[in-house]
Design a protein around this ligand. Sequence first.
Ligand code: PSU
Ligand code: MN
Length: 308
Amino acid sequence: MTALPLSYSPEVSDAIARNAPIVALESTIVTHGMPFPQNYDTARQVQQIIRAEGAVPATVAVVEGQLHIGLSDAVLKNLAQAQGVAKLSRADLAVCLAQGGTGSTTVAATMIAADKARIEVFATGGIGGVHRGAEQSFDISADLQELAQTQVTVVCAGAKAILDLPKTLEVLETLGVPVIAFGQDELPAFWSATSGLRAPLRMDSADEIARAFEMRRALGLPGGQLVANPLPEEAAIPFSELTPLIEAATRQASKNGISGKAVTPYILAQLNEMTEGRSLRANIALIENNARLAAKIAICLKKQSSSR
Ligand code: PSU
Ligand code: MN
């Protein structure tokens, strides 16, 4: 059988050897989610936050046919500046590896990589979901299916408000994915802490989230958990203020024939322009906030497994 070309950074190898808590990080947010240099600075800052909490960061990407778990600053910087990097999900991860290609990993592909490396917790900004107008376009992110089948706890700030949130919740329910709002009843919506929607589940501590993850495993259930962590209040943009901008950006995308994988990056860039950088600042604050919570969950999981 072909061996998986996995390549661990020295820091991650050492963490595995010590059985230390590890938090996976995606790289599509770097290549497609933010402009340079904010993408590079944020990726490094997020790694630092995870270290400061007492866990080890493992940023995932495919570089020249190797599935990297943990990236050096040099590789990260290259990715952050590169043009036209492939955005890899479940469908194309193996093809890129087989062809010796380079690409960033989405939530779905990062979950697959984390699972291979036995990393149980992953921090991101927002997951993909059911797009507005999906009844016409059928555009539903592979992230949702991945959450249904791969055993990783994903910490996000809710689904991006560029999606159809009620439909996204419905699909997650159908797939049996627990959607857990952290510390509040309402589902946060990425740039806003509120969405007007009640979250299906609520938890108030990292420890509870870790216990629920262990219990899913004890039940033999495949799939992960989705934790929706509201962003810090000072960085939030009210839902009502964003809605018209998102609608305008979505109309522009379809007018310009943007489809498939290009939709999310296009809308994010448009919003950044329309809000004069405020949406980018919120994006940075929320990913940092998610990294902190993910590290705490990873630490709780290690404590629970060592006390058994
Ligand atoms: N969150 C961000 N920026 C992003 C993404 C999430 O703030 O660029 C990426 C994630 O990698 C997610 C992907 O998995 O967008 C979803 O893309 P799609 O809708 O094409 O599945
Ligand atoms: Mn899509």
